[in-house]
Design a protein around this ligand. Structure first.
Ligand SMILES: Nc1ncnc2c1ncn2[C@@H]1O[C@H](COP(=O)(O)OP(=O)(O)OP(=O)(O)O)[C@@H](O)[C@H]1O
Ligand SMILES: [Mg+2]
Length: 117
């Protein structure tokens, strides 16, 4: 997880449950601009869930997410300016790693409202 846009990213007591399964319990992170943060944990410990909540693809059960000091907890993914590379099925197999990572920003510069996979 990296803040490359020059703004801090903050998880403030983020919790997430799927039914009775509590995946995240008050996760708090303060990521400074330029900082590169690695989440390390056992399979099923909630790493992807935390990333999906940051990207807005999953709703937190409680807590707040701020990007650049703005509370984006209730902001749609497309307005968050967050890029996420999925760990498996959403990669483009015919593209290199660099091409997969570079695809969203390239698409955005080609047309602001163009929907990308
Ligand atoms: N949409 C969902 N519905 C129900 N349970 C879910 C959902 N998404 C994730 N989970 C559960 O939440 C827990 C955390 O999953 P998550 O994918 O965040 O773990 P992870 O740390 O990324 O694991 P891995 O290292 O295998 O990628 C797991 O028990 C998973 O089964
Ligand atoms: Mg994962």
């Amino acid at each position: 997880m990296a803040s490359t846009s020059g703004v801090p990213v903050k998880f403030d007591k983020i919790a997430k449950s799927f039914g009775v399964v509590r995946v995240l319990e008050e996760l708090s992170l303060d990521i400074q601009p330029g900082e590169f943060l690695v989440l390390l944990g056992a399979s099923g410990s909630g790493k992807t869930t935390a990333l999906r909540i940051l990207a807005g693809l999953e709703t937190a059960s409680s807590g707040r997410i701020t990007i650049g000091g703005n509370d984006v907890t209730d902001v749609l993914p497309k307005y968050r300016d967050v890029s996420m590379v999925f760990q498996s099925y959403a990669l483009y197999p015919h593209k290199t790693v660099a091409e997969n990572i570079g695809f969203p920003p390239r698409s955005r510069s080609a047309g602001a409202d163009r929907s990308i996979a």
